[in-house]
Design a protein around this ligand. Structure first.
Ligand SMILES: O=C(O)CCC(=O)C(=O)O
Length: 250
């Protein structure tokens, strides 16, 4: 009998995504929503970028259990953040997001070793996702297809809507074909956080992690946060229980 983590890795590698139910408790979800609302009062776009630099509440999620165990089991210890964003899609307003993969720019057909380096994005949903709230849509298995998705928003054979409760985490492979439907709910927002992990030798998203909070964490934070924010001065294994270690543990 395989252990739970191995089963999660197998399912992720087969489908290109995996849903971790109840990754955040409801009190945590409420506090994260308050923070997202606070940092996005003047933001008109769907995406609120670079949230590590906007609020400390997001910092522990860099290594949040059980998501980070699965990230490390999939990618190994030498991971860093490509980007950390939030989205806030207002009721009845959301535009659909067309089919794409995250490992771009990309040639077509994809070269055989395109999957390395990979990225794995983790979406934490802060609102219950229903069919009318603009679910993430994926085509399972396409992360292994070596093909790009077609442009646009037309339905594709085999596509599935990914439903989630508030607090669930959806991890998806950077080469998985995915899109998002519009939020056509009459009253409810659809809020989510995206923690996108890449290998250490990749480049972080331009213009991210350059603010005061990121600089401070990179200079004097625990080593695993320094690594996740892009500082490389020799590698150290990130402990499984990184966030609950006593202060100063390195
Ligand atoms: O908001 C969504 O569900 C779409 C997310 C997405 O396409 C992405 O993060 O690349």
């Amino acid at each position: 009998m395989k252990d739970q983590l191995t089963q999660q890795v197998d399912a992720f590698m087969r489908d290109g995504f995996y849903v971790i139910k109840g990754a955040l408790n409801q009190d945590h979800v409420r506090r994260l929503i308050d923070a997202v609302v606070e940092i996005s009062e003047d933001v008109q776009t769907r995406e609120i970028s670079d949230i590590i630099d906007k609020h400390e509440i997001f910092h522990p999620l860099l290594v949040h259990s059980p998501v980070f165990e699965l990230i490390q089991a999939l990618m190994g210890p030498k991971v860093q953040m490509e980007s950390v964003n939030a989205t806030r899609v207002k009721p009845g307003k959301g535009m659909p997001v067309g089919w794409h993969i995250d490992s771009h720019p990309y040639p077509d057909p994809l070269p055989p070793l395109w999957y390395f380096p990979i990225s794995v994005n983790c979406a934490y949903y802060l609102d219950k996702i229903t069919p009318d709230k603009g679910p993430l849509v994926v085509v399972p298995g396409t992360h292994l297809s070596r093909k790009n998705p077609p442009n646009g928003v037309d339905n594709l054979p085999g596509q599935v809507d990914v439903m989630a409760e508030a607090g669930d985490a959806v991890l998806f492979h950077g080469a998985l074909w995915h899109a998002a439907k519009p939020n056509v709910h009459p009253t409810d927002e659809r809020r989510a956080l995206y923690f996108n992990y890449i290998q250490s030798f990749c480049k972080q998203r331009a213009g991210n992690f350059i603010g005061e909070r990121s600089n401070q964490l990179r200079e004097s934070g625990p080593f695993y946060k320094q690594q996740l924010l892009g500082k490389f001065d020799g590698w150290h294994e990130i402990p499984r229980d990184a966030e609950v270690k006593p202060q100063g543990a390195r």
